[in-house]
Design a protein around this ligand. Sequence first.
Ligand SMILES: [Zn+2]
Length: 136
Amino acid sequence: MAGITFGDMYFVHPTHSSEGIHFHELVHVVQWSTLGVNEFLLTYALGIAQHGYEQSPLEAIAFDLQGRFEQHAALDGVVDRVARHAVATRDVASAVFRLHGLKIVQPGTSVTELTGNMGNTQLSFYQRFSFINPSQ
Ligand SMILES: [Zn+2]
């Protein structure tokens, strides 16, 4: 990993710096901007857990587009493409959470409104994060 992105700020390791790496991190900036902090982090974490780092969906598209950028391929509509992919990936992640009985709630929702069989650790984790409702 040559760089890391937090919202609209990213860091690139100086010995691994290239225009392609900067492009890769800018893909993540679009993902953060599209999903927001909570949805990005939950979607990203699930992708890593399910597929590993490079094959996780939010990384795979960044690596794919980085490769195209480095080959000087046409990247028309890339921001829109990244945004649509991020939303679709988030919807899949949300469905996975729901499949496992985790009802992801908006901050401030009372504990008694939660469903599923969550332990205290998971419960406190998910209480801190909101997540999307796929029916929206
Ligand atoms: Zn990345």
